[in-house]
Design a protein around this ligand. Structure first.
Ligand SMILES: CC(C)(COP(=O)(O)OP(=O)(O)OC[C@H]1O[C@@H](n2cnc3c(N)ncnc32)[C@H](O)[C@@H]1OP(=O)(O)O)[C@@H](O)C(=O)NCCC(=O)NCCS
Length: 168
């Protein structure tokens, strides 16, 4: 039997390049056909290893999901940025490489991110999801998120609706 080790851990500065790679692949897989191609290409291009190293240095909390030592997903989290919502914590991003989706890693990473926010004394949690990202809507609804608010994200000429899921 082939036993795989799964680990959720805080990032370190040496993870910047590999998180940039995961981000690149996961964002193209998730948003191709949703976010206009050129805009997506530019957004992803800006987030290279240097960008991630800087984000990590500036104390954005990043968690990574590893299988047998390979980083296959990440989550970024911190204070809620939307003043109209009372929840104090937010998961800004949570992405798993396509070939590792659907095997429970997202659920584990989400639970670890929630625990991390709670340990920092932040009560309640918000996650924003583009309305066209059906897999993510299903994932957060399965995780007990309540559809609480709506907003719009503008990608150059294209305005996309987003939904805030909250947990108290
Ligand atoms: C959404 C995402 C984080 C879920 O993580 P995951 O590891 O694939 O999900 P899990 O294996 O833990 O599954 C958890 C639940 O989500 C559902 N789910 C996961 N992937 C799904 C998919 N592709 N389609 C439909 N449902 C899916 C599972 O059925 C499960 O629901 P259940 O408990 O009712 O059976 C992951 O698929 C991902 O990274 N997607 C692309 C990026 C993204 O959209 N991120 C969120 C942006 S805010």
């Amino acid at each position: 039997m082939n036993t795989k080790s799964i680990d959720i851990r805080p990032d370190s500065r040496k993870d910047a390049e590999v998180i940039a790679d995961v981000h690149h692949v996961a964002w193209h897989a998730t948003y191709s056909g949703i976010i206009p191609h050129l805009v997506l290409h530019r957004m992803v291009g800006r987030r290279d290893g240097g960008w991630w190293a800087n984000a990590i240095r500036r104390l954005t909390t990043v968690l990574v999901a590893e299988i047998d030592g390979q980083v296959v997903g990440y989550a970024t989290l911190g204070r809620n940025r939307a003043r109209e919502l009372t929840q104090q914590g937010e998961i800004y991003e949570l992405y798993i490489l396509p070939e590792f989706q659907g095997i429970g890693l997202g659920t584990r990473l989400f639970a670890a991110a929630r625990s991390k926010l709670a340990a920092r004394g932040l009560k309640g949690l918000v996650v924003w999801v583009l309305e066209d990202n059906f897999n993510a809507l299903h994932f957060y609804e399965s995780a007990g998120g309540v559809d609480t608010s709506e907003g719009v994200e503008v990608f150059e000429q294209k305005a996309l609706k987003k939904i805030a899921y909250t947990w108290n």
